[in-house]
Design a protein around this ligand. Structure first.
Ligand SMILES: *Cc1c(COP(=O)(O)O)cnc(C)c1O
Length: 391
């Protein structure tokens, strides 16, 4: 087999598209102005940000004045949850989120607990979904905020956010969703979802790293989280990441234009990949529901072996994937998401996430399946944790 370079970790980050880079470049050099300056180069910068804001707003069916650029998806999540909690604390100090959130949410929750808030981490079912009854029974008189992610970054499950947001609205509870992983892969419509706050990030949709946004529904007076100048309508201070924001705008425009073809293509690739893996490799399990799931996500357990070892051998073959939680892959702590859906610990360690994107081809997947087949056979041959050892 001719060696290939195959990137299958689009859920961790995506390459910047050529059109996005081209749109950004002039804003490093000739159009370098500070958007707060009143002379021409500053006003040009201000106009470019306004245009980017319109494009991001259009992608999620919001008004441009409801979009607040941040330094990352993580910052948007922190602002929504910590800012929301501080804002509503007179009314109560109880927050509801889920056990499968991104660490941007879970660690914000832990921070709030240290500040005297109470946080409920809702369990999910074996398919990876939050159940309405579970949520209903967790809501209390003093619940001030509910945050449930739209799509999970490890197993791709898409939560029934509209239903959850309706429950929150009935009870006057602030509703946030982390849509970082969903954006550009499925339709994200803040009107249909009915949320107050929604986080997104550019680098997951073929835009640059280091720029995100928080959607704040009109009328929701979420206070500023970063303090300083009057940028972002006095809500998020700091001289704007001009090229980054322009790139986010361009990426959002491209994502919106190609959304249904993109999703259909990724789903085709994903289903093809899972079929081939099931055909070629024994003792595997697909984690999370295949319904209501991001089109480009596959999460597979290869029993009796370590995901870390699979990752390293695949990397030698040129294939890049992730294991456990990408963010904690440097540690060996098992994925909290797979734990939450009830995957046994030894099987969590044998789990690999494959995420597909715009530059993935069928040939890449054929190559990957071949490499996987060899890798798994090799590791199982030397594994002490084998089928015959009673595991
Ligand atoms: C990537 C990701 C984030 C963090 O976004 P950054 O821009 O990388 O900080 C948050 N939530 C989810 C679900 C993600 O996939």
């Amino acid at each position: 087999m001719e060696k290939r370079q195959v990137y299958l970790d689009y859920a961790a980050t995506t390459p910047v598209k050529k059109e996005v880079l081209d749109a950004m470049l002039p804003y490093f050099t000739e159009n370098f102005g500070n958007p707060s300056s009143l002379y021409t180069v500053g006003q040009n910068a201000k106009n470019a940000i306004a245009e980017a804001r319109e494009r991001v707003a259009a992608l999620i069916h919001a008004q441009p004045q409801e979009i607040f650029f941040t330094g990352s998806g993580t910052e948007a999540d922190n602002w929504a949850v910590i800012g929301g909690a501080l804002w509503k604390q007179e009314k109560g100090r109880h927050i509801i989120t889920t056990a499968i959130e991104h660490h941007a949410l879970l660690h914000s929750g832990a921070y709030l607990e240290k500040q005297g808030f109470e946080v409920t981490y809702l369990p999910v079912n074996a398919e990876g979904f939050v159940e309405a009854e579970t949520l209903k029974s967790a809501i209390r008189e003093d619940t001030i905020l509910i945050s449930v992610m739209l799509a999970n970054n490890e197993i791709g499950t898409i939560q029934p956010i509209a239903e959850i947001a309706a429950l929150a609205k009935e009870r006057g509870i602030l509703m946030h969703t982390d849509a970082v992983q969903a954006l550009g892969n499925i339709p994200v419509d803040v009107q249909a979802l009915g949320v107050d706050l929604l986080s997104v990030s550019a680098h997951k949709i073929y835009g640059p790293k280091g720029v995100g946004a928080l959607y704040i529904r009109k009328g929701v007076r979420l206070p500023a989280y970063i303090h300083g100048g009057g940028q972002e309508a006095n809500r998020r201070a700091g001289t704007e990441n001009l090229p980054g924001i322009v790139g986010f705008g361009k990426a959002a425009e491209l994502a919106g234009a190609g959304l249904s073809e993109h999703a259909a293509r990724l789903q085709g690739l994903r289903d093809y990949f899972l079929d081939q893996v099931a055909k070629e490799i024994s003792d595997i399990r697909v984690n999370g529901s295949l319904e209501h799931r991001l089109p480009g996500n596959a999460n597979v357990t290869f029993k009796y072996i370590e995901g870390e070892a699979i990752l390293l051998l695949l990397d030698l073959a040129g294939v890049e994937v992730s294991t456990g939680s990408a963010c904690s892959s440097a540690s060996l702590s098992p994925s909290h998401v797979l734990e939450a859906i009830g995957v046994p610990v030894e099987e969590i360690h044998g789990s690999v996430r494959f995420s597909f994107g715009d530059f993935t081809t069928k040939e890449d997947l054929d190559y990957t399946v071949e490499a996987l087949k060899e890798t798994v056979a090799k590791l199982r041959a030397i594994s002490s944790v084998s089928k015959d050892s009673g595991f």
